[in-house]
Write a protein that binds this ligand. Structure first.
Ligand code: GLC
Length: 544
């Protein structure tokens, strides 16, 4: 198999609005990211996935783009962007841009034209439908942000489709002109020397709205192959598709190199294990650790040789992992390191979301007025009307809402965590006096240095990148697996609980401890006591 740089690196996701504000307006910006490049270089990452920085009215914080070739004024200028690409390059870091082309903003020039009437040249850039026989919405398609996916346009007496907010009209990918316009725009960015694209909800572009079919439409892979040929195909760029509906079978269609589509996808099977099947993300059930292990192991094995995995616990849409499945109080440090070790030792490209390397936690909102995210706010009103209590709704927002990941980065213990000298657009988590980068950098045992060590180990040990994966059968709360490469075997073990556990793996002899989140080396595996959230990787030999 041909090897690629994007298999070897660790990627760090920056959510620019919340990363670092350089000019005191309370909003993170591109010069702020440039200022923090030495921090990222120290962590050792090889690429930044930059959430959208394009011109946008910010109905969905930049995922509603009004001009793909301009920078959002609050974030800086195109000159700043060029400086960021060059400055990152100098530190060996590539910039992966967010490609949001399932939809645009309703303030994009194309949509403004399209709304002028049925015979406008841009009308077919979007998806329009006549009212149903009763004059209502064309069909039952719903928006991910609550309510119908159809919005009425009085002037033309038609509805347009928006699978997200009504300020995010869906592009019509069946229209060749749309596809060409997107490819031209992608080439504009490729020529700037970027490292690739993260493709927002890419599994929706083949939709057939008349049939109420959204994900995994029949033309999806044709479009991606066409895109590959028209844009990045001749270069070795990182392309990662966001695909909520992917199974391992589907993921192979995207990422099998022979098919010339994408490098990899973000799959979410493991991220949906704590929600009631068939319900919404707000409808929580307890996580079964066994189910999580099985899901992760299945992806590891299925994409072992065809295709490639992406590995992540967090992003800008997900809550903080230690608040979600770890222990963000008593075992905050141990559980943060546990998740880091378990993830980075699996096969695939690891992604770190800003603040994950500090063990940042969920934010506790006491009132809906503290919540900024459109998804949470819309859901709040919808469920309130349906009779849910305020307390119940807030509880699910505090557990799963997207603001949890979007509170400003905690850089130090000065006002607003050193994120801004002004008033932050979203409140800083009050725990910033204790949890911040300056403190982490001064403590050799910090979560930050566990991540740094994992990144460094990856650079030294091809086993971490290429080694085969095998799940070991153990007690439910123990997550244990092997990686094997060129005659060498590593054993990774983690205690997924607040309690001590015993693990019995007498078939292995420890040859060296590679990393551990508690002091000291691992010696005997015949009957080992594991502290709460203990995790380690050891080099072993197998007894016969
Ligand atoms: C993706 C993004 C999310 C955004 C949505 C619509 O899921 O990650 O933040 O709201 O697409 O663009």
């Amino acid at each position: 198999m041909e090897k690629h740089w994007w298999q070897e690196v660790v990627v760090y996701q920056v959510y620019p609005r919340s990363f670092k504000d350089s000019d005191g307006d309370g909003i993170g910006d591109i010069p702020g990211i440039i200022e923090k490049l030495p921090y990222l270089e120290k962590l050792g990452i090889g690429a930044i996935w930059l959430s959208p920085v394009y011109q946008s009215p910010n109905d969905d914080n930049g995922y509603d783009i009004s001009d793909y070739q301009e920078i959002m004024a609050e974030f800086g200028t195109m000159a700043d962007m060029d400086r960021l690409i060059a400055a990152a390059q100098q530190r060996g870091i590539k910039i992966v841009m967010d490609l949001v082309v399932n939809h645009t903003s309703d303030e994009h020039r194309w949509f403004i034209e399209a709304q002028k009437g049925r015979d406008n040249d841009y009308r077919d850039f979007y998806i329009w439908a006549d009212p149903a026989a009763d004059g209502g919405v064309p069909n039952g398609l719903g928006s991910a942000f609550s309510g119908s996916a159809w919005e009425f346009d009085e002037a033309s007496n038609q509805y347009y489709l928006h699978l997200f907010s009504k300020k995010q009209p869906d592009l019509n990918w069946e229209n060749e002109n749309v596809r060409q316009a997107v490819y031209d725009m992608m080439n504009f960015w490729i020529e700037k020397g970027i490292g690739g694209f993260r493709m927002d909800v890419i599994d929706l572009i083949g939709k057939q709205p008349q049939k109420e079919l959204t994900g995994n439409g029949p033309k999806l892979h044709d479009y991606l192959q066409e895109m590959n040929r028209a844009t990045f195909g001749q270069q070795d760029l990182l392309t990662v598709g966001e695909t909520w509906g992917a199974t391992p079978e589907i993921a192979k269609l995207y990422s099998d190199p022979a098919r010339h589509e994408l490098s990899m996808v973000f799959q979410f099977e493991h991220m949906m294990l704590d929600q009631e099947p068939g319900k919404e993300k707000w409808d929580l059930i307890p996580l079964q650790v066994g189910a999580l292990k099985q899901a992760l192991a299945r992806w590891q094995t299925e994409l072992g040789t065809e295709g490639w995995n992406s590995l992540f616990w967090e992003n800008h849409d997900l809550p903080r992992i230690i608040s979600r499945w770890g222990n963000d109080k008593e075992y905050r440090e141990a559980s943060a390191k546990f998740f880091a070790i378990l993830l980075h030792m699996m096969k695939g490209t690891p992604y770190i979301y800003q603040g994950e390397e500090l063990g940042m936690t969920n934010y506790v909102a006491e009132d809906i007025s503290e919540v900024a995210d459109i998804e949470s706010v819309n859901m709040y009103h919808e469920r309130l009307a349906q009779g849910y209590s305020k307390e119940a709704i807030l509880a699910s927002i505090n557990k799963k809402g997207r603001d949890n990941a979007r509170t400003p980065m905690q850089w130090d213990d000065s006002a607003h965590a050193g994120f801004t000298t002004g008033t932050p657009w979203l409140a800083v988590n009050p725990n910033y006096r204790d949890i911040h980068a300056a403190k982490a950098l001064a403590d050799p045992d910090s979560i930050f240095y566990t991540y740094q060590k994992l990144v460094q180990l990856r650079k030294k040990h091809p086993l971490m990148i290429w080694g085969e994966f095998e799940l070991l059968p153990t007690e439910e709360k123990i997550f244990a697996y092997l990686r094997r490469y060129e005659g060498e075997t590593w054993l990774i073990v983690g205690n997924f609980s607040d309690d001590e556990q015993t693990v019995m793996l007498p078939q292995f002899t420890v040859m060296a401890t590679i990393i551990r989140n508690y002091p000291g080396d691992v010696d005997d595996l015949a009957q080992a006591r594991l502290a709460p959230w203990e995790a380690f990787a050891v080099k072993v030999s197998e007894k016969r």
